[in-house]
Ligand binder design. Sequence first.
Ligand code: DQA
Length: 154
Amino acid sequence: MDTVSKELMWIEIINGPNLARLGLREPAIYGRETMEDCLERLHTAYDERLRLTYFQSHHEGSLIERLYELQDQHVSGIVLNAGAYTHTSLALADALRATELPAIEVHLSQVYQREPIRQSSLIAPACRGVITGLGMDVYRLGIEALIPLLSPRA
Ligand code: DQA
């Protein structure tokens, strides 16, 4: 049964640039928990219910390529923290639209309390929803937001 249910839903968490060393990077803003610890918690919570994978890249093109790979592999949905590309990458927004992947945009920091440039997102219009400012819990909340939106893979 476990294998069957894992086939039903596949969510990938994607982190963009400068999100490889969470825990060390500006901890006053992004907290002290590492992504590895966060993923361990998420696997413990969700492994029985869905397939959960993780991808991180500092490169815009690699993030875009990953979206097309995931589309080809029929991922169910993604939780995306595009980092600074959120505010600058029309190309990433276009790829989200092109792949039509259900996506939740997440940010650890409360971007609406930060510099004006961080308060605009080019990718949000291509996402189903946005979760911001709740620290590492945004990844879990992103998964919780996606689950009801996803239909089982064909
Ligand atoms: C971030 C917010 C972005 O503005 C910033 O460039 C990041 C992290 C966040 O998770 O709060 O790299 O996406």
